[in-house]
Design a protein around this ligand. Structure first.
Ligand code: KG4
Ligand code: ZN
Length: 364
């Protein structure tokens, strides 16, 4: 099957492309004197169909993305066969779009890189089988990519970060702390023992029916919690961070979710409202859950920094903490982590929001 049959035909400015191809034949790009290898990255591990073309110096030539968030918000969570079907419907268009925005033809690619794990098996399968057909059709090398490694290394596209550095990945599906010693050399220091923080925030937002809140109806759960928390008072609820006595760097969020669930149930009784209606104390609950989440993440990260410094695994004065994933776009959580990095003479770095969440660039 010819997957990308008409890509070359969609270029709007063929003359520019000819110049580009001419320069390429000398291994020269405008403004540079370097042999550029071009990699197509494909990401379908969860609910985003994404593709991008990046060269070996980190220049992003183009990208495209189809987000399924709107569909999954309506169903109250990701239903894997639905995600799979949406990836199937969009992958060819997204890859084609990434190539045409990049103004390169498939034959110019040096390799195809695709997320192979971890993620939803049905979603991963769509990207993988599409890529393998493409690899076969174009006779290009295939680079299997570990999704978490890609998240962890993305910061090196935007900042000059030397190994080793510490990374905290927090999203709807991930929660881990690792020491990044090299491109594929990771020391896992801690992970969530149950659900990820974004998953917990999404569940709390659903339980609070924030999708019906006029200011939050189009926001992801975590974003809606951050938005409402600004109007709330966290001191109205005293919720303790989880795992206070655990002498490790692991995380846990399902206990916190149950405590919040109970609080909501009690408030519904007090306010005499039905499940599904919005509590008058929703903003206070959002502020309390956000604060407790931030404290938990900050405390475990502090512990990891101290551990690494004590064992000389991280530089004493120039250590870097990279925070990425959808939850890393939360400014309150970032502030809490900044308190930790300031107190430990570390630098806090976060990729720009569009690179924090799942994307094709990080895979390429
Ligand atoms: O990285 P991402 O786009 O996808 C994966 O989960 O891999 O992250 C999405 C998660 C969702 O759980 C969403 O609620 C959360 O990140 N999120 C936030 C914020 N924006 C998105 N959580 C807290 N504060 C935010 N501003
Ligand atoms: Zn991810």
């Amino acid at each position: 099957m010819l997957i990308l049959n008409k890509t070359a035909g969609v270029f709007s400015k063929p003359s520019k492309r000819k110049v580009y191809e001419f320069l390429r034949s000398f291994n020269i790009y405008p403004g540079t004197l370097f042999l550029h290898k071009l990699v197509l990255g494909i990401e379908t591990s969860c609910d985003d169909t994404a593709a991008a073309v990046v060269d070996e110096t980190g220049n992003v030539l183009g990208e495209a993305m189809h987000s399924q968030t709107e569909v999954h918000l309506k169903t109250g969570g990701i239903i894997p066969p639905v995600a799979q079907q949406l990836h199937r419907e969009n992958i060819q268009r997204i890859v084609q779009e990434a190539l045409s925005v990049s103004r390169i033809s498939p034959s110019e690619l040096s390799a195809i890189a695709t997320t192979i794990k971890p993620g939803l098996a049905l979603s991963l399968g769509v990207g993988l089988s599409f890529s393998l057909q493409l690899v076969d059709q174009l006779k290009k090398p295939f680079i299997p990519i570990h999704h978490m490694e890609a998240h962890a290394l993305t910061i090196r596209l935007t900042n000059k970060v030397e190994f080793p550095f510490l990374v905290l990945l927090i999203s709807g599906g991930h929660c881990l702390l690792a020491l990044v010693r090299g491109v594929s050399d990771f020391l896992l220091l801690g992970k969530s023992l149950d659900i990820a923080p974004g998953d917990m925030l999404d569940k709390v937002a659903r339980r609070l029916s924030l999708i019906r809140h006029p200011e939050c109806s189009t926001m992801s759960g975590g974003k809606a919690i951050e938005h409402l928390a600004k109007q709330g008072n966290r001191f109205h609820f005293d919720i303790k961070p989880p795992m206070q006595r655990a002498k490790n760097c692991d995380f846990s969020f399902s206990g916190l979710q149950h405590v919040i669930d109970k609080t909501i149930m009690q408030k519904e009784k007090e306010e005499g409202i039905e499940k599904g209606q919005i509590l008058s104390s929703a903003a206070d609950i959002a502020a309390a859950v956000q604060h407790t989440t931030a404290c938990h993440l900050a405390k475990r990260t502090h512990r990891a920094i101290l551990f690494c410094k004590q064992r000389n695994l991280l530089s004493q004065s120039n250590a870097v903490l990279v925070v990425s994933g959808g939850v890393a776009s939360n400014l309150y959580i970032r502030k809490a982590l900044e308190i930790v990095t300031n107190a430990t003479q570390c630098t806090l770095l976060c990729p720009p929001p569009r690179l924090c969440t799942d994307n094709g660039i990080m895979i390429a």
